[in-house]
Unconditional design. Structure first.
Length: 146
């Protein structure tokens, strides 16, 4: 999945010689992926990257028990991807706004781009794309206003 910074403005750092150099906001966005993995034990994030104006990640949602979280009444509830992404965006936005002194300001664009990875070949291609994203920055479709 991909989440873009509001207006696709490069606020998370810069790419220099094919390497992403995160600033304080980029480091905060990066730390958000680690936080997300501790917040939701049913997910794994095998690869992610922070770019100047967007982030990419593969999020694997594991089938826990009968397919989700159970409440006291025994109701099984799956955590939808949108709620997981929303948690990441909310958490990182609060931290970023604290750094910038801009409480309540929107940081990420509304919504996100997702694609279901259906087989090993697609997984490998997506994984490789994310890992090589900074090296291919000049050709990246999200390479926009900086």
């Amino acid at each position: 999945m991909t989440i873009c910074v509001e207006g696709r403005v490069g606020r998370l750092g810069k790419v220099s010689d094919g390497t992403m150099i995160a600033n304080q906001l980029g480091e905060t966005a990066n730390e958000g992926w680690h936080w997300l993995g501790t917040k939701f034990p049913m997910i794994r994030i095998p690869v992610f990257c922070v770019m100047p104006n967007h982030v990419h990640a593969i999020i694997y949602i594991e089938d826990i028990g009968r397919g989700g979280l159970q409440t006291a009444q025994g109701f099984v509830w799956k955590k939808p991807l949108g709620r997981i992404v929303g948690a990441y965006k909310t958490h990182s936005t609060v931290l970023i706004n604290n750094i910038c002194g801009t409480p309540g300001e929107r940081f990420w664009q509304r919504n996100y781009y997702e694609r279901v990875i259906r087989n090993d070949r697609a997984y490998e291609a997506t994984h490789n794309y994310i890992e090589a994203n900074s090296a291919n920055w000049e050709k990246d479709e999200y390479h926009g206003p900086l």
